[in-house]
Design a protein around this ligand. Structure first.
Ligand code: IDP
Ligand code: MG
Length: 150
């Protein structure tokens, strides 16, 4: 058991298309726990740090304008090997090539507007969570079932 927390962004295309619930539901149904959730219009400086590895790439201006164009949802997602599990649920980068059954494979056919971001390693997850959730994330006892009658 390797409990990890990873960062997910539900990108502006997914928010505009009304797919927030569908995407969050897929993580929850898989057995992952949402331990941070906020909707915001991404600040340019945060996106610059988030996508630092892509800053010199020709498509960076397009990513920046797309990601900051309208609100997105940042999620902290926790579970056993959550980094890899989330990446598997998302599918490969280009929606046209992503496998059916994945978020990108089922819901989109674009490379730029590909619905979701998920951290690609534990190191990236720690760096990205600090960026999007500087106040930290939440944890609670998931074994407790306070909604059940005693
Ligand atoms: P990932 O999101 O699957 O980890 P990365 O290679 O890290 O993919 O790229 C970050 C994001 O940049 C992608 O999700 C996609 O939205 C965008 N992107 C990557 N490559 C291209 C490209 O060739 N053209 C346009 N956008 C791209
Ligand atoms: Mg990436």
């Amino acid at each position: 058991m390797s409990e990890q927390t990873t960062l997910v962004l539900i990108k502006p295309d997914a928010v505009q298309r009304g797919l927030m619930g569908e995407i969050i539901a897929r993580f929850e149904r898989k057995g992952l726990q949402i331990v941070g959730l906020k909707m915001l219009q991404a600040p340019e400086d945060v996106v610059g740090q988030h996508y630092a590895e892509h800053k010199e790439k020709p498509f960076y201006p397009a990513i920046l304008s797309f990601i900051t164009s309208s609100p997105l949802v940042a999620l902290a997602v926790r579970g056993n090997e959550a980094v890899a599990v989330v990446r598997n649920l998302m599918g490969s980068t280009d929606g046209r090539k992503a496998a059916p059954g994945t978020i990108r494979g089922d819901l989109g056919c674009s490379m730029g507007a590909n619905l979701v971001h998920g951290s690609d390693s534990l190191e990236s997850a720690e760096r990205e969570l600090a960026l999007w959730f500087p106040q930290g994330t939440l944890t609670w006892d998931s074994a407790a079932k306070p909604w059940l009658d005693a």
